[in-house]
Design a protein around this ligand. Structure first.
Ligand code: PMP
Length: 393
């Protein structure tokens, strides 16, 4: 399978590999499983990303779900620019942190206090630490295929997701040791997977402390209220990231006051960060969420996504709100599909086990083109001509 030559990209990537392990600062960017040189981005705006060879792609990765308004939206940039001239980082407290906190508290049920940090990983690490202190237990119950960042969480158990029997059995055997359940209630890191209602009910019925990891789903699924609320869950703690930062690095933990107030300086659970709650991220977050809060924003985004996916005539598509995954029989079958789209100026998230995201910047015309391109590929693919890409190029 040959993806068209990208000379500058290849040169730059070669140099990157000589100075940065694997040439990347996060492994999924290496396109390693896809057997191709990764994209090296030159710039991006709206729904489009442009590579180092000047090739343009309609982007469905959207910084892994962070960019609900697309790349570099003017209304965020304007606010950030104004803030930049007043200082980019103080390492001290500002009034605007309270403003973003208010938006989170007013939007997300079961969040009574929130603390901002710099990444989803930090948010999960902190939430786990708080749950352990609160419960005076150490075991964290997690689920296969869920992703919670790269912190070492220590004493954890992993059981299958969506398996009510396995869950109930584990809770029966080890319930007394469990500090908290940590879950991506609607997982997006094994592709989008929808929860079974009896599984969710079992979690509710368990009465255990619940950390709902909404780093992807927060402010994306279920409108401003999030995926937990959509499923009727009442988490003790919720972790946020991505959309909350308006395109800038962010993480946050929110939840019940009683648990949140365990954090230093009030309580014994330590969490700190030089750049935590920095004014650039906070400003961008306020701009992004104020836009998302506007009447009809999520309804339009979600229905645009549904209209787009309806145009795709075949394939195993799982979607909720503005995120989706097209699943194949085997992960290897994703590679030629990805190449085909890439060659046609479409950038999907570069793994068969990732979600794709629609932003408010994607136009109907773009989505029509993408649906047609996907149909073209899938038609040929199901008529058993998987070499379409190499024949075309
Ligand atoms: N939790 C979930 C559900 C995530 O999807 C991610 C990142 N994709 C993280 C935690 C970690 O967030 P970050 O990459 O900002 O550290």
């Amino acid at each position: 399978m040959i993806v068209r030559v990208r000379k500058n990209t290849q040169q730059i990537y070669q140099h990157l590999c000589s100075v940065i392990p694997g040439g990347v600062n996060s492994p999924a960017r290496s396109f390693k499983q896809l057997e191709m040189t990764p994209i090296v981005v030159h710039e991006a705006k709206g729904s489009k990303i442009i590579d180092a060879d000047g090739r343009e792609y309609i982007d469905f990765c959207g910084c892994w779900g962070a960019l609900i308004h697309g790349h570099a939206p003017d209304f965020v940039l304007k606010q950030v620019q104004d803030q930049m001239f007043k200082g980019v980082a103080y390492g001290m407290t500002t009034e605007i942190e309270g403003k973003l906190a208010e938006i989170v508290l007013q939007s997300v049920p079961s969040v009574e206090k929130v603390r901002f940090m710099n990444s989803g990983t930090e948010a999960v690490m902190t939430a786990v630490r708080m749950a352990r202190k609160f419960s005076n237990k150490s075991l964290i119950l997690t689920f296969e295929g869920n992703y919670h960042g790269h912190a070492d969480l220590g004493d954890i158990a992993v059981i299958p997701y969506n398996d009510k029997e396995a869950f109930n059995h584990f809770v029966k055997m080890r319930g007394q040791d469990i500090a908290a359940i940590l879950i991506e209630a609607i997982p997006a890191n094994m592709g989008v997977v929808l929860p079974e209602s009896d599984f969710i009910e079992a979690i509710k019925d368990s009465g255990l402390i619940l950390i709902s990891d909404e780093v992807i789903t927060g402010f994306r699924i279920g409108g401003m209220k999030g995926a937990s609320h959509l499923l009727g869950l009442k988490p003790d703690l919720i972790t946020f990231g991505k959309v909350l930062g308006g395109g800038f690095p962010v993480g946050a933990v929110g939840g019940k006051r009683q648990i949140m107030d365990l954090l230093a300086p009030i309580g014994p659970v330590f969490q700190a960060g030089t750049f935590a709650g920095n004014p650039i991220t906070i400003t961008a977050g306020i701009a992004a969420l104020e836009k998302a809060k506007q009447r009809g924003f999520y309804e339009e985004l979600d229905s645009k996504t549904a209209r787009f996916l309806k145009k795709i005539k075949q394939g195993n598509i799982v979607h909720i709100g503005s995120m989706f995954t097209i699943f194949f029989q085997s992960p290897e079958e994703f590679t030629p599909f990805f190449h085909y789209l890439f060659d046609h100026g479409i950038l999907f998230s570069p793994s068969p086990f990732e979600a794709n995201f629609i932003s408010s910047a994607h136009t109907e015309d773009e989505l029509e083109y993408v649906a047609n391109t996907i149909n073209e590929y899938l038609e040929c693919y199901t008529c058993s001509s998987p070499f379409l890409v190499s024949q075309s190029y």
